[in-house]
Design a binder for this molecule. Structure first.
Ligand SMILES: Cc1cc2nc3c(=O)[nH]c(=O)nc-3n(C[C@H](O)[C@H](O)[C@H](O)COP(=O)(O)O)c2cc1C
Length: 263
């Protein structure tokens, strides 16, 4: 029961060193205590699941807990009849920065969800990234309401006008993108040919980012932004700790890599 859990306490996003700051190319995971602890679990072996033969509900539960953490898109769209819609989508990501393109994947069984119907009909939507202080407001919009119902009033969130598209953005979001439909792709099941999912690619036309989140480098400060992560089941997560790990450069590491390739 949720009421038996401790109440939510906001925690700062803290920077630390990476888990193994003295890592050298070729070093084994067992070189650190944490790595050895991790490898202990291998004693239990692996369960192998043939995805095509698995019960789709089990596959869904397994995959959404394995492909984690996911960002969550809060999508505002408008139907051809003018009904405003808000929906959450964690099958969401950035696809490209040049041109700026994002993806959301909308389930089409037993029926195509309103968000995909609306985007196909009107070609426009906004994607609003959700922050922890108002996740409960956003989550309310995952209600399976009939398509004549708008989720805005139950969310308690505020409509802010978009500049170039008709669907409003969510004022409480610190990072919103106005999008035009770039491409929509029916995901068809290879066995049945039935369309089960709609992959929407959105071309980002305008970005609204809250000034108080912005760093001098033109990026969002994760401690202030508090973006929500989606795990499996109905689990959400906060950010916790962060660390930087430099990208290795071929020019610095060439000799070591060539040596390791000889082994
Ligand atoms: C955190 C979260 C993430 C979700 N992600 C997706 C998703 O990626 N794709 C999807 O089809 N439904 C997803 N859902 C379910 C939709 O939000 C839900 O079906 C919603 O009612 C869809 O709205 P619509 O029918 O108005 O488009 C998610 C729900 C939650 C709470």
């Amino acid at each position: 029961m949720a009421s038996e859990l401790p109440s939510f306490t906001p925690s700062a996003f803290e920077l630390s060193q990476s888990p193994n700051p003295s890592f050298k190319f070729g070093q084994k995971v067992e070189a650190t205590a944490e790595g050895r602890k991790w490898l202990e679990g291998e004693k239990e072996g692996w369960k192998v699941i043939e995805a095509g033969a698995e019960d789709p509900r089990k596959l869904y539960a397994l995959m959404i807990s394995g492909v984690t953490p996911r960002p969550v898109a809060f999508v505002s769209s408008i139907s051809a009849d003018g009904i405003e819609n808000l929906g959450l989508f964690s099958w969401f990501n950035m696809v490209s920065a040049y041109p700026p393109v994002v993806s959301i994947s909308v389930t089409a069984i037993p029926r195509v969800k309103d968000t995909a119907l609306n985007i196909r009909a009107t070609k426009e939507f906004t994607v609003n990234v959700i922050s922890t202080p108002w996740i409960d407001n956003a989550n309310a919009c995952s209600i399976d309401a009939p398509n004549e119902v708008t989720e805005w009033p139950l969310s308690g969130l505020t409509k802010a006008p978009s500049l170039h598209v008709k669907p409003p953005r969510v004022k409480e979001s610190a990072f919103s993108m106005e999008c035009e439909l770039f491409q929509d792709i029916d995901i068809k099941h290879p066995d049945t040919g039935a369309s089960t999912q709609v992959l929407i690619l959105g071309l980002v036309k305008t970005i609204h980012v809250r000034n108080d989140m912005l760093t001098e480098r033109g990026t969002l400060d994760p401690d202030k932004f508090q973006p929500v992560g989606r795990l499996g089941d109905i689990l959400y997560s906060t950010l916790g700790k962060g660390y930087r790990i430099a990208r290795p450069a071929w020019s610095d590491e060439k000799e070591t890599v060539i040596e390791l390739n000889k082994l």
